[in-house]
Design a protein around this ligand. Structure first.
Ligand SMILES: Cc1ncc(COP(=O)(O)O)c(C=O)c1O
Length: 475
């Protein structure tokens, strides 16, 4: 695996810093500002109020002034929107160079599976390229109905409902279910689409500390007297790969008369003996009221769904705005998801291989001395801790002293350095910085695929060993 063409060598840290001494600091400060505004509370009236004494400004001023991304690009540190020049397999082509892909949600390796691709082509030939409208009025296909029935059957629920993306699924279900006198309770680490669904609803939103059952119980106690309560959690948390404590959540939900919804975006096809997700993993399929999933991960496509009892699905079908007022999932995507679902059920060996690969990486990373947090799934984060020796290493690179003194948090410095070094060695990994994680918790997110070969994984472990030692992150 070679360095991406045009990417800067590790040693030109001086250039990296000199180009814009304050740019990185500015980027991080802006990110911090954004993360402050990320709180879920309602904005106060005084913030929203339009003062009649002030002249109206130009709405686009903020866009004209926005240069955070440009500055990051100038610095050679812009890990976003990287154009892949190949299918998203276990190796990808970036800037003409092969990289081992450790940043994908293609857990079962189906995005470039011949059978899935052929199913998409056949669907285009039969149904055309698009649906030309919402399922509600004119865009519904027999293919959509088939897929939602198959999905419901798969997760052992009475009925299913398709949406055009996973994001829209969470917007639609929460907005439709949570009325003015209802309360939705979320884990603080829930996905952004859940948070935005809560914002769209007319009800009240409460959050509990990540996977903290005592806090959930206190929150439920505070919420008693509501018209209805829904607890929504990710099954597998998308950034750190830990699993929701569903057994206790379900117990508390029963005690306090709440309903439970699990977002299984990352768990479908991955958790449970048959890949049916978090509820199957814990043997709680009949205790979870709503299972939500996306097609953009194990199902190798684009779209989303919920599955629940018939009456709930019927209500959401006729009240979810992101379903009714948005075009239907295109035939090619629906057919790809349907074929993937068939393969997931027919080939359990894929999931077995995914877990073998996951175990190999977990053992390898842990034995090297990496902190992988509470992960117990194919999403494995590398967490950084403040470490004088690592900062010394970066300081001693040409230009490193200035870089370290920019005022970044130590974990940001270590994350940025790690991402650069590992990328230059040919690993496609993701750096996750605030506001996607709390300040000080910058991490490298790695994720694994059933079709990764031992050779690719050994290569990755070798890079992690080299880079970790180089940066004194591991002994
Ligand atoms: C937990 C979770 N829920 C929902 C979504 C949204 O799904 P999609 O990207 O398929 O729209 C994601 C996407 O990353 C996710 O991680």
């Amino acid at each position: 695996m070679s360095s991406p063409k045009g990417s800067k060598k590790v040693n030109d840290w001086k250039e990296f810093v000199d180009k814009s001494k304050s740019a990185t600091l500015e980027i991080v400060n802006k990110l911090k500002e954004q993360s402050k505004g990320f709180s879920m509370g309602k904005q106060s009236k005084s913030v929203n109020a339009v003062s009649s004494k002030k002249m109206t400004g130009d709405l686009f001023d903020k866009c004209r002034k926005y240069d955070t991304a440009e500055k990051a690009k100038e610095l050679g540190f812009y890990p976003y929107f990287r154009p892949l020049e190949s299918a998203q397999g276990t190796e990808v082509c970036v800037d003409g160079n092969k990289m081992v892909m450790l940043g994908s949600n293609n857990y079962l390796g189906l995005t470039d599976d011949e059978r899935v691709m052929k199913a998409s082509i056949k669907a285009i030939e039969k149904y055309g390229a698009g649906c030309a409208g919402s399922r509600f009025l004119n865009g519904n296909l027999d293919l959509h109905n088939r897929l939602e029935n198959e999905l419901a059957k798969f997760v052992h629920k009475d009925a299913g409902l398709l949406f055009s993306t996973g994001f829209q699924t969470n917007l639609g279900i929460i907005q439709a279910l949570i009325g003015r006198k209802d309360i939705v309770i979320t884990d603080k680490w829930d996905h952004a689409s859940i948070i935005d669904g809560c914002r769209l609803s007319f009800g009240k939103m409460e959050k509990f500390e990540h996977n903290d059952m005592a806090d959930l119980e206190e929150t439920l106690q505070r919420c008693q007297g509501a018209n209805g309560i829904l607890i929504v959690v990710d099954g597998i948390f998308s950034m750190e790969g830990d699993i929701a404590n569903l057994p206790d959540i379900v117990k508390l939900a029963k005690k306090y008369k709440a309903r439970v919804m699990v977002d299984d975006a990352h768990a479908l096809g991955v958790l449970g003996k048959n890949g049916r997700g978090t509820a199957e993993h814990f043997g709680l399929e009949s205790e979870v009221d709503i299972i939500m999933g996306t097609f953009s991960k194990s199902l190798a496509s684009l779209g989303g769904f919920i599955a629940a009892d018939k009456k709930t699905i019927d209500y959401v079908r006729h009240n979810a705005r992101s379903l009714i007022f948005s075009a239907a999932i295109p035939p090619a995507n629906a057919a790809a998801a349907l074929k993937s679902l068939e393969i997931i059920q027919a080939e359990p060996q894929r999931r077995e291989q995914l877990w073998k690969n996951t175990q190999k990486m977990m053992d390898g990373l842990k034995s090297m001395g990496y902190d992988i947090g509470e992960s117990c799934t194919p999403i494995i984060p590398l967490l950084f801790h403040e470490n004088e020796r690592s900062l010394e290493v970066v300081k001693n690179l040409p230009g490193g002293e200035q870089f370290v003194n920019l005022g970044l948090m130590p974990t940001d410095i270590m994350g940025i350095a790690f991402w650069r070094f590992a990328s230059e060695h040919g690993l496609f990994i993701n750096i996750v910085m605030p506001p996607a994680v709390p300040p000080g918790r910058t991490l490298i997110r790695t994720s694994y695929i059933a079709t990764h070969t031992d050779k690719q994984l050994d290569f990755a472990l070798d890079v992690f060993s080299k880079v970790g030692k180089q940066l004194a992150i591991i002994p």
